[in-house]
Design a protein around this ligand. Structure first.
Ligand code: GDP
Length: 467
């Protein structure tokens, strides 16, 4: 069941799919891949922390850091050398091939970690959403400095909203880096105060306490990132797990290689111009389930067009050259198709390349669970917003309010409510302006979650219950 018989072409048999996947896994060196989104209030020290971590793990050379140090000093921004690591990758991102989400990668002993939506953006919420949509776990960075944690958490800061959104988008595992501990003199009392206050909140939005871990760090000093704290610096946490240890313990998502193919397209480039207008189309995106290789016959949805795969590239291939040209569930990459009958106009962000025999569901009507945030007025039947699913957005109307449910316990509070308020959870029926590729959240984490935005403000995180 490694391949879908109808979509497999030529010499791609079930056995060869399994073999290719085995070689691929061997190439990954037993490291499971995990997508980690970085969240937290602006100035919590996210860029510095990640930049320093990349440096300590050897992804950035000392020479580069040294150069940044000098440049930062000249620019009157001392101590930004680590944050600049990410700024540079952002530039590169804009220059290079454009992919949907910016990524940098780091390896821990058992994990290959894709860092999603690396910080540096001041307008963080929309970026955070696209990062969180694709993430398996989140790293929440908290500023331990007295007064700073409080303003990020209590006074309309982004800490609460990010945590709420991450949970609303189905992220269940969280590592909390309590950062800038150097400014709090590595105080155990301060650490405990923040951990306890956050813990109550995180539990209230649905994080299971045993899926949340806390770690005192200093991103700037590089303390407790990959080497344990010393007893002199921090006696109460000496030799406790480092940030890398905690990331290494995250449970990776199952890679559904043996399920029907779903390749989610986030960007498309047409190579027709100048090459005789052959209609070659390259789709950038993520393999959510299944696998694809040259020669496979697939269905493009919602256009309902049959295509044949010409070539593929995959993020996993850097790690596993042994696999041959194939893209497996859990990887991002490209699938190119060409030849007669391919209409480039039918390809677009949000389309899905799917198995022919078990096609991806497409619908404009769905039942969903919503977690409302930021709505200034009660939401009633007829409410209109924009439905955002990874790469695509479509106008949507709430056509029925089915139930109000308790956001922590999931239990029914009220049937057919007349309205729903901010911070409440509800079951609703939605009508989209045009059909999209979707799936029930329990079948597909990626195709089953979405956000609603209204006039540029995120108003809800949602999961698909049925369609
Ligand atoms: P971001 O907005 O969350 O990405 O935060 P930055 O990484 O840009 O950091 C914001 C400011 O906090 C900068 O001035 C950093 O030098 C400073 N900073 C970051 N981490 C630490 C830390 O661990 N200790 C101290 N004292 N300052 C830090």
């Amino acid at each position: 069941n490694g391949a879908d018989p109808d979509s497999a072409g030529g010499d791609s048999t079930e056995a060869s799919a399994t073999e290719a996947y085995k070689r691929y896994c061997a190439g990954l060196g037993d490291r499971a891949m995990i997508n980690l989104v970085i969240i937290g209030h602006v100035d919590a020290g996210k860029s510095t922390l990640i930049g320093h971590l990349l440096y300590l793990l050897g992804a950035v050379s000392q020479k580069v850091i040294h150069r940044y140090e000098q440049e930062c000093r000249k620019a009157g921004k001392p101590s930004f050398q680590f944050a600049w690591v990410l700024d540079e990758s952002e530039e590169e991102r804009q220059r290079g091939v454009t992919m949907d989400v910016a990524r940098s990668q780091l390896s821990t002993p058992h994990r290959l970690v894709n860092l999603l939506d690396c910080p540096g953006h001041k307008d963080f919420i929309p970026n955070m959403i696209s990062g969180a949509m694709a993430a398996d776990a989140a790293l929440l960075v908290i500023n331990a400095t007295r007064g700073e944690f409080e303003s990020g958490f209590d006074q309309g800061g982004q800490t609460r909203e990010h945590a709420l959104l991450a949970r609303g988008l189905g992220i269940g595992q969280l590592v909390v880096a309590i950062n800038k501990m150097d400014t709090a003199k590595w105080s155990e009392t301060r650490f405990a105060e923040i951990r306890d206050k956050l813990g109550v909140y995180l539990k209230s939005v649905g994080f299971k306490p045993d899926c949340v871990s806390y770690c005192p760090v200093s991103g700037l000093e590089g303390a407790n990132l990959n080497k344990p704290l010393s007893a002199e610096l921090c006696p109460w946490y000496a030799s406790g797990p480092t940030l890398v240890d905690l990331i290494d313990r995250l449970t990776p998502p199952p890679r559904s290689v043996d399920k029907p193919l779903r390749f989610y397209i986030s960007e498309v480039s047409t190579g027709g111009r100048g090459t005789g207008g052959s209609g070659a189309v390259t789709c950038f995106g993520n393999a959510l389930s299944g696998y694809a290789a040259p020669g496979h016959k697939l269905l493009l949805l919602p256009a309902n067009q049959r295509i044949t795969v010409k070539a593929v590239t995959s993020s996993g291939q850097d790690a596993s050259a042994a696999a041959g040209p194939a893209i497996f569930a859990g990887d991002s990459g490209t699938i190119s198709v060409s030849g007669g009958g391919v209409d480039p106009a039918h390809f677009g962000p949000g389309s899905v390349l799917s198995s022919v025999t078990m096609p991806c569901p497409c619908t404009n009507r769905l039942r969903a669970k919503l977690l409302l945030i930021n709505v200034s007025q009660p939401v009633t039947k007829g409410y209109q917003a924009i439905f955002h699913q990874q790469a695509v957005s479509v106008p949507v109307t709430i056509i029925r309010l089915l139930a109000q449910i308790n956001k922590s316990t999931g239990q029914l509070e009220r049937r057919h409510p007349r309205y729903i308020l901010s911070n409440c959870c509800a079951e609703v029926e939605l009508q989209l302006d045009r059909p999209l590729c979707l799936d029930v959240y329990t079948n597909s984490r990626e195709l089953g979650k979405f956000m609603l935005r209204d006039r540029g403000v995120t108003v809800a995180a949602g999961t698909v219950l049925c369609y």
